[in-house]
Design a protein around this ligand. Structure first.
Ligand code: SAM
Length: 264
């Protein structure tokens, strides 16, 4: 099929078979595995996945490419034409756990990660391609400028590691940026206790909202100010003059607990 890559859908198709193999190795597939692939495109990964798994769901926004996949006769392939951000994954991923594999369009990668977090119970492992800088943020440890909202939220529930560096030449057309493949393993138990996930997410976002400011000021700026905030933070062992990027997961857990007592 002759297909002209569409920029608006972030279409940079994988053409380096070593990268394809690296993604499959990280996925560690088993013939019983059920897999979701987001953005199969011309099928560089799809072709290799189909013979190895029991069921493959693919979500493709490009109608032309989705139609090409729908014309296939593979018994284990289920094609969902549409936008991965808009479709209701719970509607068709009814037999978890799934592995999620995707060479993601870079313009929606953060939004996809937030959606994955909302559906994390569906997945045992994720193998995802990101722009290099986004990959670095997801793996980052406390203390550096890469550490942020996505690092904290992902690392509470997943073991995140980079498995491949990918140069622009691995794709057609080559993107302007370098890429990285990350593997996320769902943890049996989260690294910290999170009683209310939505509230925890609000606190992490508020802490990083003005990341150059002190934690105290960033929280106040996001509507978490209350009388005695500083004293409570000190009592919880968190110096209010610190910046969000210095807090580890345990400290974010304590901060969320402390704020929940004053905000409920
Ligand atoms: N997986 C293929 C590969 O590795 O060669 C294609 C990767 S390409 C970077 C991204 C793919 O995601 C394209 O096929 C594009 O049409 C599709 N896509 C873009 N936005 C999407 C969305 N919101 N939902 C589903 N698919 C999307």
């Amino acid at each position: 099929m002759k297909h002209r890559p569409k920029k608006r859908f972030g279409q940079n198709f994988l053409q380096d078979r070593h990268v394809v193999e690296g993604i499959l190795t990280a996925a560690d597939l088993d013939s019983r595995d059920r897999v979701l692939e987001i953005g199969p495109g011309l099928g560089a990964l799809t072709e290799r996945l189909l013979p190895q798994v029991s069921q493959l769901h693919v979500i493709e926004i490009d109608r032309d490419l989705a139609a090409g996949l729908q014309a296939r006769t593979d018994q284990n392939l289920v094609v969902h034409p549409g936008d991965a951000l808009a479709l209701d994954w719970n509607h068709f991923l009814t037999e978890p756990p799934y592995k999620l594999i995707a060479n993601l369009p870079y313009n929606i990668s953060s939004q996809i990660v937030f959606k994955i977090l909302d559906h994390r119970h569906l997945f045992s492992r994720l193998v995802l391609m990101f722009q290099k800088e986004v990959g670095e943020r997801l793996c980052a440890s406390p203390g550096g400028r890469d550490y942020g909202i996505l690092s904290v939220l992902c690392q509470v529930w997943f073991d995140v590691r980079r498995v491949l560096r990918v140069p622009p030449g691995a794709f057609y057309p080559p993107p302007k940026v370098h890429s990285a493949v990350l593997c996320f393993d769902a943890l049996e138990h989260p690294r910290i206790d999170v009683a209310d996930e939505a509230f925890f997410r609000r606190v992490v976002k508020a802490a990083f909202a003005q990341r150059r400011k002190t934690l105290r000021n960033s929280l106040i700026g996001s509507g978490f100010g209350f009388e005695g905030l500083e004293e409570s933070m000190l009592a919880a062992g968190i110096d209010p003059r610190r910046r969000a990027e210095t807090l580890d997961l345990e400290e974010f857990g304590r901060l969320a607990l402390l704020l929940s007592r004053h905000c409920s």
